[in-house]
Design a protein. Structure first.
Lengths: 378, 378
């Protein structure tokens, strides 16, 4: 194996596949990055066996030569050292050569590194995924879908299935749902592709967070392939594989109330900042809980009181209040998470009583909702 | 106590005095910020008993009214909550009122906070420092003096005196020295003030680091007063007190070699980057040690070798090499710290043999030097 490559391209690829590499693995070779040089270009792979990322660097990018292939071959190099070396090389090009006994030489200007490599034949094979039932969504929409749901997954391993996001594909619609059983986030998106079949899977929250980090904010399409135990996200030069969680995701449809007894419309930012301030003195107290009450004259009061520290009272003008009077308490953190996930300058909160879950939606947007379970304090 | 204040000014002062407040204190009232309102303005104080910071907000800044004083008085408020509240208030002005029983109301727009205060009479008094023998240096020079020496203090408490920086004032010159007994940093500065007397004190490194953080990069003068057990730094609206370390600082003059057997001049940035790369594979091995050798043709070689990982060889062109041949090993970290502290694009390294400390200086600048003890490996 021997090639000369533009350092910038190599660095970008190394940083992408590093997202899957962890030092806490029981399979030693997975602390490495696999490098495969073919006649077409260079492929890097990183994996922690749950998530695997493959990045391809083509020989040419338009008219620009990126890789000069001298000899094909493959090697596995320690990710921690290799990534640091590539980041700090002195010149714009770098030559990588595998010599006898997996010894790998990395040359750039007057720097010469000699790394002990591992045999690429011993690197685990990536899942083989037949590219059937592919559906496509724009990268920026995919990132929004992830951002607006993944924060609500459970961080506790007591019910492992809740640490993932439920993805359902049906009638050319994708529905993403996350819940930790105290709150729920739901986001729908219409799929442009024809006849994509039916799926109901659970993708680990951690995988989606990592995926989101390596995707650019572009409108370029991402191909998505769902199989029985794997999902594959595919961009121009990147393959991102994640295993799926096993088990049945709870039926969340019945959690979302159909009726509503009180509807409140408020400015998202004003409400978020008031909740944030009200939570300042609640943090130390009863699990960060604030009280919400509807006052006369379309005014909302948010308050908290921790006798040993002090109390806060916030008043926010509501744009409209319809239905029954209400006093309710909820987690300020859950409300802030929900408000940050929503788009739009006004939101509508629909209550069905002080002891029932309530729903937060942007005004006139049915594609997204956030649900929070109240806390008994009033 | 009752006043209305511009939030920006209050926030800046709170952030400054917060630098001295720690939650890990054995004196409960020191977890608070003391607020004193006089006819002239508002004074905030934070302290961890080693460092105390006092910030004064005058009633007016030029033509602009900053504070409207309704009633003088004082209170101590929990720093953690008070600072978060001030940061998140909704409007540009804030009213603070102490009511019965130390209850303090903070009002801004439609937000109202009620904090349990503590009696300001119980807050420890700051040291009284007679303003004699004041000397002055520009803020940016003071920050440079700190930056170029404080990194070399010891982090170990086995010899507490070495956790401080030795400040000596004599013949209208200030000399700052720090050493952890493996390396030493020295920086001198001429004092413009007349007849400032003679001092030899040790200021805790931690205090200087905090001081540096709250000083702006301006040329405004800082007044410095040194007493037997305290040092006071004084800017327009800020007083910064630090206790001094007790004990005698070792005599470091004899550590600095007078003779030199090999002089090398190199480009600072090139050398720093080569050391950085050479240390990549040394990190896991012998305590981050790299080897330095002078090759033919004014070339420097820096290398490291950790058999289980690999090796690096770096070549750097020297601008000049004078004197004996040399092979020497040293800590890459110490060398990088020293190079980052120096100013100037070229540096001179003066060796007196492979087992003796060596000195690094900018070319033609006697005001600063860095000294490193080598490691035996060759």
């Amino acid at each position: 194996m021997r090639f000369i490559i533009q350092r910038d391209y190599l660095l970008q690829s190394v940083q992408d596949v590093m997202k899957a590499v962890t030092s806490r693995t029981t399979i030693p070779i997975l602390t490495g990055i696999k490098i495969v040089v073919s006649e077409e270009g260079v492929t890097l792979t990183g994996s922690d066996s749950d998530v695997s990322i493959e990045s391809f660097i083509p020989k040419e990018d338009g008219d620009k030569e990126i890789v000069e292939i001298k000899q094909t071959g493959s090697i596995v190099l320690q990710a921690k050292f290799f990534s640091e070396i590539v980041r700090k090389l002195p010149t714009d090009t770098v030559e990588i050569v595998v010599e006898n006994h997996l010894q790998t030489v990395i040359r750039s200007g007057k720097s010469e590194f000699n790394l002990n490599g591992l045999d690429a034949e011993e690197y685990p094979h990536l899942p083989q995924i037949a590219e059937e039932n592919v559906f496509r969504i724009p990268t920026d929409l995919l990132k929004a879908l992830i951002r607006q749901t993944v924060f609500a997954v459970s961080t506790s391993e007591t019910r492992p299935i809740l640490t993932g996001v439920n993805w359902k594909v049906e009638d050319n619609e994708l529905i993403c749902i996350a819940t930790d059983s105290h709150r729920l986030a739901l986001r729908k998106a219409r799929l442009e592709t024809e006849a994509v079949g039916k799926h109901n899977v659970v993708i680990p929250g951690k995988s989606l967070t990592e995926l989101s980090k390596i995707l650019d904010d572009t409108a370029a399409m991402v191909d998505i392939v769902i199989t029985e135990n794997q999902v594959l996200f595919k961009t121009k030069h990147l393959l991102f594989f994640s295993r799926l969680l096993e088990g049945n995701y709870p039926d969340t449809a019945r959690l979302i109330p159909n009726e509503r007894k009180t509807d409140v419309v408020v400015n998202t930012k004003e409400f978020l900042q008031a909740i944030d301030r009200a939570s300042l003195l609640a943090r130390e107290g009863k699990n960060n809980v604030v009280k919400f009450a509807i006052l006369e004259g379309n005014t909302i009061e948010v308050s908290s009181n921790t006798p040993e520290i002090g109390k806060v009272v916030e008043e926010i003008p509501a744009q409209s209040v319809e239905g029954e009077e209400l006093k309710i308490s909820f987690s300020a953190k859950y409300m802030m998470d929900a408000l940050k996930a929503l788009e739009g300058s006004e939101i509508q909160i629909s209550f069905t009583g002080a002891m029932r879950p309530f729903v937060i939606r942007p005004l006139n947007d049915e594609a997204i909702l956030q649900l929070i379970l109240p806390v008994r304090t009033y």
